[in-house]
Design a binder for this molecule. Structure first.
Ligand SMILES: *[C@@H]1O[C@H](CO)[C@@H](O)[C@H](O)[C@H]1NC(C)=O
Ligand SMILES: *[C@@H]1O[C@H](CO)[C@@H](O)[C@H](O)[C@H]1NC(C)=O
Ligand SMILES: *[C@@H]1O[C@H](CO)[C@@H](O)[C@H](O)[C@H]1NC(C)=O
Length: 299
């Protein structure tokens, strides 16, 4: 009898995943966390904050079967027009801030193996707060206040170099929203390629490294308010094993692969970040691109 009751409790738990969440803060866990979510799951969480506030989500644990199960994020109600990005794999994603008072998460799994699942904490942000930007892997943060005027500084543990801006300030954007003036830097292993690029224009090439089979990350930084355009001149990627992931444009993440030169990309912030991921052994592969900064006050 006891066993029967337990089975029922587990089943009803599985079928009532997701829901609407209100309140200043809270946590979200995938059903069954950390023992694994069910197959064929389709759970939607809709977080609703007070009007005028935004929602800030910090992932605490993340293990979702790579390329088969997904956590989709929507900046608003879970409708295609609000789709922001799709998370999968075993790396804890960086914190996310909504642009308005509603944010949704949807976990979908296939009919094969599952993984531990995810756990996230959410909180409402008043208009004067930029939210906790998190700490990148191998990074150290100094600063615990995240309101307008507050500054935080990052550094990396030994063996890693900091790419990006080490000092972040919470400022008010031209649109009147509290935002960090630069993206959270990343800590790159000293023996991988990449770097931080500043200046009004320049070239990025993955071919310039002694072994063009090493992955890398490049961060292009401009002044707050400026935007950046990126034009590819060469592009050779083995489909499925090599790709270039770009962050910082209107579409939150762009994945590029194949051998066709991609269309140019324009940032919607003062930065663009390129992650070159390569798993194939082909010798001639990589990309070459040119960037140009458009200044806020140019005519
Ligand atoms: C919500 O905020 C309160 C007050 O800051 C804190 O004590 C509590 O732990 C938070 N709860 C969660 C689930 O983060
Ligand atoms: C999940 O459920 C939503 C609404 O209930 C539906 O629109 C969507 O198509 C479902 N997704 C999958 C992958 O079944
Ligand atoms: C952290 O910042 C404070 C205030 O700016 C400073 O006094 C302190 O030395 C910093 N600590 C480290 C480890 O950088």
């Amino acid at each position: 009898m006891a066993r029967f009751k337990l089975a029922c409790a587990v089943l009803s738990f599985i079928h009532t995943c997701g829901g609407t969440l209100k309140g200043w803060n809270g946590t979200i866990e995938s059903p069954g966390f950390p023992y694994g979510y069910p197959n064929g799951a389709n759970c939607t969480w809709v977080i609703v904050a007070e009007k005028g506030n935004r929602i800030h989500i910090v992932f605490q644990s993340f293990a979702v079967e790579e390329e088969y199960d997904f956590l989709s994020l929507y900046d608003g109600h879970p409708q295609p027009a609000n789709f922001r990005t799709r998370l999968t794999g075993f790396t804890i994603p960086p914190p996310v801030t909504s642009s308005d008072s509603v944010f949704s998460l949807r976990l979908t799994s296939d009919f094969a193996v599952s993984a531990h699942g995810f756990k996230a904490a959410y909180e409402e942000l008043r208009s004067s707060s930029c939210g906790n930007p998190g700490v990148p892997p191998k990074g150290i943060r100094n600063g615990t206040q995240f309101n307008i005027g507050d500054k935080i500084r990052y550094r990396c543990v030994t063996g890693y170099v900091l790419d990006g801006h080490s000092l972040l300030t919470c400022v008010t954007s031209a649109a009147g929203v509290s935002v960090w003036d630069f993206p959270v830097p990343i800590c790159r292993a000293e023996d991988t390629c990449g770097g931080t690029l500043r200046g009004s224009s320049g070239l990025i090439s993955s071919f310039d490294f002694p072994s063009s089979d090493s992955p890398g990350t490049w961060t292009i930084l401009a002044d707050p308010g400026d935007t950046i355009s990126l034009v590819f001149t060469e592009f050779q990627m083995e489909e499925k094993s090599d790709y270039l992931e770009i962050e910082g444009s209107k579409q939150p993440t762009i994945w590029l692969t194949g051998k066709t030169i991609p269309a140019s990309i324009i940032s919607n912030k003062n930065w663009l970040r390129l992650h070159f991921v390569t798993e194939s052994n082909h010798r001639h592969k990589g990309f070459r691109a040119q960037y140009q900064v458009f200044m806020k006050y140019s005519c």
